[in-house]
Design a protein around this ligand. Structure first.
Ligand SMILES: [Mg+2]
Length: 336
């Protein structure tokens, strides 16, 4: 199949924005509470239409990542810093502590090595999809720049491992034909190999977690979410009252594990996938954004129902950014 890269790039950006928009009203809810009100996706969208009025920090920062790649013609630290600093004036919608504190320090001129917070939060995995898209033909640069894009705000190794894995997963899915299935065995092999060359203990721990997700792909959704909602989280950061519940912790390893588990279990259609992601419970908007970017990279823009595209705030601007990112990509990798 000849890949339509513009369709895949637009798909990944809109997929993330849809998941963020649909998950946002349910951030901080238990999955069982969300599910007790809806029996299917159509009802879920219809009944909550008025709540789906915005995306959040996940999409805001993803769009800034795309703009940084567009203006820099690829990764360049100074464009990334200036784009993330611009986000502070938007203003940020539902930001995480790690992003906010580090980017404020960047704004006041601190070098990124001093500004970066030691947060293992999911704030860098949630914004990394454009790096996976732009460098899908150059995996060495993809890994290098996914890492760099993460450490300028989060010095914790969990954040960088999550960012690399999501960027690599996006690049893998861009090349796949959504009319055919792909091997989950190959998917895990590829994403695990992207972080297997490090002595970092947390990267190794993340590989074990990803292997656990792979072994448990056939268990029921609720059971999987209970298993992975707080996986990798260390004391005293557990959310004690939600242990044993489907309530995704905003730690990178647990969020990425849940997003991948849900994505791989719902490959029937974009709608099936986004429904499960946005109703994950806990950090629903970020599970929606990360998993949605995977779903969009796989299914492509043309398989996202127009009704969902219309729900996304600033959809014309997102389409424009998708086109510009595609143009930059095509300039650089013109043989594709
Ligand atoms: Mg958010």
């Amino acid at each position: 199949m000849k890949i339509d890269y513009l369709d895949k790039i637009s798909g990944a950006l809109f997929g993330g924005a849809c998941g963020d928009t649909l998950g946002h009203p349910f951030e901080g809810f238990l999955r069982e509470k969300i599910y007790s009100n809806f029996t299917n996706f159509k009802l879920f969208v219809r009944e909550n239409r008025r709540l789906f009025n915005t995306y959040t920090d996940d999409t805001q920062l993803t769009l800034h990542t795309a703009e940084a790649l567009i203006h820099g013609g690829g990764f360049d630290t100074k464009f990334f810093i200036s784009e993330y600093v611009k986000w502070l004036d938007e203003p940020p919608i539902g930001p995480g502590y790690g992003c906010l504190t580090s980017i404020r320090k960047l704004k006041y001129g601190l070098h990124w090595e001093e500004a970066a917070s030691n947060s293992g939060g999911n704030g860098t995995a949630m914004r990394v999809a454009p790096i996976g898209l732009f460098y899908c033909k150059d995996i060495e640069r993809l890994k290098k720049f996914a890492l760099k894009s993460s450490i300028i705000t989060h010095s914790h190794p969990a954040a960088s491992a999550g960012a690399i894995v999501i960027a690599r997963a996006v690049a893998f899915l861009v090349e796949k034909d959504p009319r055919k299935s792909f091997s989950s065995e190959e998917f895990f092999k590829i994403i695990i190999s992207s972080i297997s060359d490090s002595k970092e203990a947390i990267w190794k721990e993340f590989i074990d977690i990803l292997l656990k997700v792979k072994e448990n792909l056939n268990i029921p959704i609720e059971a999987g979410l209970i298993k992975f909602s707080q996986i990798g989280v260390k004391s005293p950061y557990f959310i004690e009252e939600y242990l044993g519940k489907a309530f995704v912790h905003p730690y990178t390893l647990s969020t990425v594990a849940c997003a991948i588990f849900l994505f791989l279990n719902n490959l029937g259609s974009f709608e099936d996938c986004i429904y499960e992601l946005a109703t994950a419970g806990g950090d629903s908007d970020t599970v929606g954004a990360i998993g949605g970017s995977l779903a969009g990279a796989y299914f492509g823009y043309k398989n996202i129902p127009s009704e969902l595209v219309k729900l996304v705030k600033n959809n014309k601007k997102i389409l424009q950014i998708s086109r510009e990112l595609y143009s930059r990509f095509a300039e650089k990798y013109s043989s594709f």
